[in-house]
Design a protein around this ligand. Structure first.
Ligand code: TTP
Ligand code: MG
Length: 349
């Protein structure tokens, strides 16, 4: 039985701003675009005070201003948030080296085999994060990533929630299908057309019905996810032996062709890096960060070690197919891991 924690910062960008500007305490704060609600741009984060006025992420700044004119509007300072994000990840990595970095304000941490009880680890994380950054986070604990992520969202801010396998029916099934990782607006719409609104209703459908509607891979995923089953491992990003390349677009893109071209170019560049080190790779991981900073990674382990550009590009494209490109994309990355020196190691692989 695995033990996995999902850590998600509370109103992250706003919390950082409030931490460094004590005069904002108790006020509604909205972070987005250049910070001028008269200009084009959307809300990245609203703090909990602003959320009381129904201001939320993704909403035009102008709308947020209408709902809450007395809110303090601030520009995004991505550099600072990234730096603090790195500090937070450092705290986590000191607790367990098995960490998956999923985005600027969230991560998974695996503590399988640790002696310390889950609750105590959670308390230690909160204390460490608070000491290093002055910020609060919410933590979900479960036997897999899917349930841990759902759990961290159940008690915000500053909460700790444990979902055990026996809690799936009472905690998971009442939730809206959209809460299930991987269910975006398109899948939600298709499921609603089938009369499915909650995860419990999804779990009531047969695997066959889901496979028929969504195909083998997605249908099978939905079937298992609705039952709280998820065996996916943590994708750790700090393996010392990996090589990566990534690109942030000048402007967020929604054009599949442009994303595919960039992915092919990154695959080419990272293959050149690989050959330069006289190394072969077996695992290809791609990273897609959407305009809202949510980040997805997909990995594929090939049959053998290779430095073939074509093989690596094909693996990267196979990974890309497994991500629902339903929003604008901000960043694309390719990483190679499971590396082996050529040619000696190759015969042992
Ligand atoms: P979230 O964790 O979704 O939101 P949050 O941390 O602001 O609030 P919560 O307490 O509910 O977790 O996103 C983390 C950061 O990512 C957020 O502070 C800003 C950024 N973000 C955007 O820029 N646009 C978006 O649409 C969303 C959802 C997040
Ligand atoms: Mg958050």
């Amino acid at each position: 039985m695995r033990r996995i924690l999902h850590i998600d910062m509370d109103a992250f960008f706003a919390a950082v701003e409030q931490q460094r500007r004590p005069e904002l305490a108790g006020k509604p704060v909205v972070i987005g675009g250049g910070g001028d609600p008269a200009r084009r741009g959307v809300v990245s984060t609203a703090n909990y005070e602003a959320r009381k006025f129904h201001v939320h992420s993704g909403m035009p700044l102008r709308t947020a201003f209408k709902l809450c004119p007395r809110a303090v509007f601030l520009p995004i300072d991505y550099e600072t948030y990234s730096r603090i994000s790195r500090d937070i990840k450092e705290v986590l990595r000191a607790i367990s080296p098995v960490m998956e970095d999923v985005g600027i304000d969230e991560a998974y941490l695996e503590v399988t085999g640790h002696e310390e009880p889950d609750e105590e680890i959670a308390v230690r994380i909160k204390a460490g994060v608070r000491e290093k950054t002055g910020l609060t986070c919410s933590i979900g604990i479960a036997s897999n990533k899917l349930l841990a992520k759902i759990a961290s969202d159940l008690r915000k801010p500053d909460g700790v929630t444990i979902i055990r396998e026996c809690d799936v029916e009472s905690r998971l099934w009442p939730l809206a299908i959209r809460k299930l990782y991987g269910v975006g607006p398109k899948t939600e719409e298709s499921l609603k057309a089938m009369g499915v609104e909650t995860i419990g209703q999804l779990a009531a459908l047969s695997r066959e019905a889901l496979v028929e509607r969504f195909g083998n891979s997605s249908g099978g995923y939905l079937h298992e996810a609705s039952r709280g089953i998820d065996e996916s491992p943590l994708v750790t990003h700090w393996e010392p032996k990996s090589m990566s390349r990534e690109t942030t677009f000048q402007e967020d893109v929604s054009d599949w062709q442009a994303i595919a071209r960039t992915l092919a170019e990154l695959a080419r560049e990272v293959t050149v890096d690989l050959r330069g080190q006289h190394t072969l790779a077996r695992t290809v991981t791609i990273k897609i960060r959407f305009a809202d900073f949510t980040t997805f990674t997909r990995a594929l382990t090939m049959a053998g070690h290779t430095d073939s550009e074509e093989g690596i590009r094909k693996a990267a494209f196979a990974c890309l197919k497994r991500i629902d490109l339903d929003r604008k994309v901000r960043l694309v990355g390719v990483r190679l891991s499971s590396l082996a020196k050529e040619p000696e190691d190759e015969i042992f692989s």
